[in-house]
Ligand binder design. Structure first.
Ligand code: SF4
Length: 177
């Protein structure tokens, strides 16, 4: 039976490095997708994108960057500027990025998609999973719900981040407007 191909949605190098190493160890056939119209300003977007690309190149993992579309993100979240992190703005932000990823996965022969969007301590993992489930059903492609924080996942990612001297940002992505 052919091996399944996974598309892994990444927001940045520090959040994805541990998962990239784990998937490689497990022999999973996967590519990393960078679709982050939420990151502001563009110079910050470029910095995170380049760092994630570097990690993938070192590990021999295909890295796919979709166009940077800050206007699409702004339109999606207009009116929710004052929502707290983990609130409704984040829900729509996850939905936009995961929907685009699911569509890309289907159009490009991937069997399953997953993401590291819920790995950080600042994120609500259940919120990310609920949105991913909704997108998975709407787009008809399975989402891998693995909680990458577990089994020392967070600590492993932090250790690797330090060893590789990764650029680590101090905020999620959007800035108050
Ligand atoms: S805090 Fe992060 S997840 Fe939430 S809306 Fe902003 S960029 Fe998106």
């Amino acid at each position: 039976m052919a091996k399944k191909r996974m598309l892994l949605v990444s927001c940045c190098a520090p959040c994805s490095i541990g998962v990239i190493y784990r998937l490689k160890e497990q022999g999973v056939d996967f590519s990393v997708l960078f679709y982050n119209p939420n990151i502001q300003p563009e110079s910050e977007y470029q910095k995170r994108c380049e760092e994630n690309k570097r990690v993938c190149a070192e590990q021999g993992v295909p890295f796919i960057e979709l166009p940077y579309e800050p206007d699409v993100w702004k339109k999606t979240t207009t009116g929710l500027e004052n929502e707290p992190e983990r609130g409704n703005r984040c829900r729509l932000c996850f939905k936009l990025r995961l929907q685009r990823a699911a569509q890309y996965a289907k159009q490009n022969g991937f069997d399953v998609f997953s993401s590291v969007l819920g790995i950080s301590r600042f994120k609500n993992f259940d919120q990310v999973c609920a949105v991913a489930q909704e997108v998975s059903e709407a787009e008809n492609i399975p989402y891998d719900m693995t909680n990458w924080r577990k089994n020392g996942g967070l600590e492993f990612a932090e250790k690797l981040g330090k060893e590789k001297n990764l650029y680590r940002q101090t905020y999620c992505g959007c800035k108050p407007r």
